[in-house]
Design a protein around this ligand. Sequence first.
Ligand code: DX5
Ligand code: ZN
Length: 219
Amino acid sequence: MNKFIAPSILAADFGNLQKDVEMINNSEADWFHIDVMDGVFVPNISFGMPVIKAIKKHAKKTFDVHLMIVNPDKFISDFKNAGADILTVHYEACTHLHRTVQAIKAQGMKAGVSINPHTPVAVLEDIISDIDLVLIMSVNPGFGGQSFIENTFKKVQQLKTLIEKSASKAIIEVDGGVTDKNITQLSKAGVSAFVAGSFIFKSKNPTQTIKQLKTLATS
Ligand code: DX5
Ligand code: ZN
């Protein structure tokens, strides 16, 4: 099974974004993880369309966009135009999730659904066959640099069972508090994509840290 490392731009140097984008381009990272926060769904605001388009101009890898916003339906074509390859919405933010997922796919993007730490995996039962990716939040969304919630391991296990039972092609992504201490265990449990922000960007040598995470995820 392929393993994908997705550095989170949220932890990059916003005063010198191009440098960090080039670092990711030239590293063993697989995706760019782009966190969009609206100050309503989560208690923080990150960045919007102009910044995403500026990143996209230089980025040479898959654009994995994680929407922590209410009413994502309003912006699906805007995110397509900004360069999203994967567009992930929150289960908790979508009243008509099936419609949202179909709209994302109709725009030619892969559709992801994310669940907060308190949201049980079982709520995905009737959408799992329609989606390409499930993003399990392993911290409460809104901020980088928080500690990994251990209950995530149980949720990964439950999700793996649900995916197998429903013959879904969805892959599992984990976001928040991913480090060298938990990535191997997550990978063995069935996680394919790993978002890491502060562990990469706060390290002395981010390129080397990405390589280390990739090695640990595939070991
Ligand atoms: C949290 C974001 C994450 C965050 C991860 O709301 O969705 O992508 O950037 O950051 P770390 O790896 O620092 O927990
Ligand atoms: Zn994220």
